[in-house]
Ligand binder design. Sequence first.
Ligand SMILES: Nc1nc2c(c(=O)[nH]1)N[C@H]1C(S)=C(S)[C@@H](COP(=O)(O)O)O[C@H]1N2
Ligand SMILES: [Mo]
Length: 576
Amino acid sequence: MPDVTNDVTTLRDRARVAAAALPVRMACGIAAVCAGVAAGEVAAALVRPQAAPVVAIGSAAIDLAPTPVKEWAVRSFGTWDKTVLLTGIHTTMGMTAALLGPVAAVRRAAGVLLSAAFGGLGVWAALARPDARPWDALPSAAAALVCAAVLFLLTAPRTALRTALRTALRTARRTAPPTARTDARPGGPGPRQHAGAEDTVTAGDGPAGAAGDPAPVPPVHPGRRSALTAGAVVLLSAGLGSAGRHLADRRNDVSAARASLTLPPPARPLPPPPPRAALAIPGLTPFRTSVDEFYRVDTALTLPRIDPRDWTLRIHGMVDHPVELSFADLLAQPLEELDHTLSCVSGEVGGPYAGTTRWLGAPLPALLRRAGIRAGADQLLGRSKDGMTIGTPLECVLDGRAALLAVAMDGAPLPVAHGFPCRSVVPGLYGYTSATKWLVDLEVTTFAARDPYWVRRGWDRTGEVRTASRIDVPAAFARVPAGEVTVAGTAWATHRGIAAVEVRVDGGPWQQARLTADTGPDVWRQWHHTWTAAAPGTHRLEVRATDATGAVQEETRRPPFPSGATGWHSTVVTVH
Ligand SMILES: Nc1nc2c(c(=O)[nH]1)N[C@H]1C(S)=C(S)[C@@H](COP(=O)(O)O)O[C@H]1N2
Ligand SMILES: [Mo]
């Protein structure tokens, strides 16, 4: 007669054990994914850093993200958008990994399938990159294999492993000569049945080992040993993964090449900016943006690292004589300096994505004319090392403005994050239609034939910089004492230039602000205004600029998409 009490106890015990086993199983899944990711990192160090599974998946996510999501990410996280994305990917992976262990403990095939799916996603993402090569699939494939193997080893109960071994041994013996057969017990309670029972109960390698005991198997926790093994695997993976990263960084380091670069002096040096161009008001954005403070906007999860000795630039497409330039060829051009305010179309009214620096570079129009532009071409399509495409209206490049293939900013070679060794700069256009970083290819083409990256996502094809003005001082919601209050900020209408800036308080009459010296249409201008604040309480300050064509900055508030934000910047302060 079956022992009912015992059965119930066993069931309850099993449930209890399963619950107790959950954290360990989750840890096993996490350990497996960590091992896979580490293997992917090591493989990527040998193949290509951008092909590491997480980087590849992140890059695909950036490319696939619908424009509103991208907009929201830049708006909410600014330059931290990539950190947020990577954190999101790691969190999602961690949660999936935590599920992987318990799933694999019940159905090992499902665990292997999930590992394969994770690897498949990475392979697909790596191969979907515009600059992908077939072997970019390797890191994610390696990740999937290692993940599945570790998962199997960690979730397969030791008894099951032992059984597998025993079965293998027995098969070997059965096929061996009869004299070698010592333990043939056909029909006996083979260890297989017991292992099956233990499989669901112990699922681990605790001190169970009740093989051969026909009584109900006492339920056993998957064991401290599994947890310890999982922990060890995680630690080992962290070490291996960071070693892989380190190796990748070492193999792709261009800082020495950058440091040893000597740039020729400009053929046409600019005078230093007149001192009166810069106001010294605390809180006011400096006239010249230091390179460290210069905003960074791009889709690159890992920075392309290009050794200038390996760099070439192809100029081709609708030209009579395609050219290929080496970096030495580029530096042999008569280099020009350009003071210029670069700004991003994603900048909100009053936002920070604009910076002013002195660029040094080879004039782009001369190089294009030497290649011989064919009739009908209307777009210059820049391509970066990482496959970004940025299309500039050809007429803007050729209309006389100082379009450059820049090699330096603020007197030093471009930082890697800003496009080392070469990027384009075309005054008057937002970065997304003009300022290709890590530039390696220029194609003369038409807009009808080629949609660049952002245009494909609905952004305006020209990207002419809108007139913008910003109040930096007083800061938003500042408390200021009654009396004379300095209001100051910056204004730009790149390539048209700023003619006037006006300020008004609480919707009153517009007052002319004082502008600093004009250093050319391609550079922003600082402005300041003294407001005599009499009445205590909150007040609203507004600013608007007039560009050098006489057009007053648009009042209507519009978001950055699809052609740049419009509207007047305002700030609220409290007078006490
Ligand atoms: N290769 C590449 N170049 C790029 C981008 C990019 O994503 N990839 N972003 C563009 C955009 S949108 C802007 S605003 C500028 C920003 O340049 P910065 O990061 O040097 O300030 O680079 C442009 N060039
Ligand atoms: Mo941008």
